[in-house]
Ligand binder design. Structure first.
Ligand SMILES: [Zn+2]
Length: 154
């Protein structure tokens, strides 16, 4: 058993198994993908670092994540690898259009792009989960934060 396994939590072995399973389904077989369980306090549930030219990536998962959402987070991060070519192309187009200036139009389009990228990635994630027969409870954490902010103002 992994040293990192804690009560009710998951281990880096669990992450590796889910990565291997979905790497095949998502046709990312020619990629070398590592996983990393993030032990330090971290504001994100997960992330992925990508080296497109060498087809290498590291999927990072927050150890504080609710295990019920582990598969959802892993699929989400793997889909970012799948979408990375498009992602980079749009990033470059925004750079070409607006240069290094931090002008309002650049910020606006950057924000719009990031929102579209995240919502598309999450929609595809939920679709894959559903198609695979997984009936995971939906992760409402982003909306929950807004609800808490709303209620803390009064
Ligand atoms: Zn994302």
């Amino acid at each position: 058993m992994s040293r990192k396994k804690l009560g009710g939590m998951f281990s880096d072995v669990d992450i590796r198994e889910i990565v291997a399973h979905w790497q095949d389904i998502l046709r990312l077989r020619d990629w070398d993908i590592r996983s990393l369980l993030v032990e330090k306090t971290w504001r994100k549930n997960g992330d992925v670092k990508i080296d497109m030219s060498n087809r290498m990536a590291t999927v990072m998962v927050n150890r504080e994540l609710d295990p019920a959402h582990l598969e959802e987070v892993v699929i989400h991060e793997l889909l970012h690898i799948k979408l990375y070519g498009l992602d980079q192309m749009i990033e470059h187009l925004i750079e070409i259009l607006y240069g290094d200036d931090e002008d309002a139009r650049k910020q606006l389009n950057w924000g719009f792009f990031m929102e579209m990228l995240e919502s598309t990635t999450e929609d595809l994630t939920k679709g894959y989960l559903q198609a695979s027969g997984k009936r995971n409870s939906l992760n409402f954490s982003r909306v929950d934060r807004q609800v808490q902010e709303e209620l803390s103002e009064s």
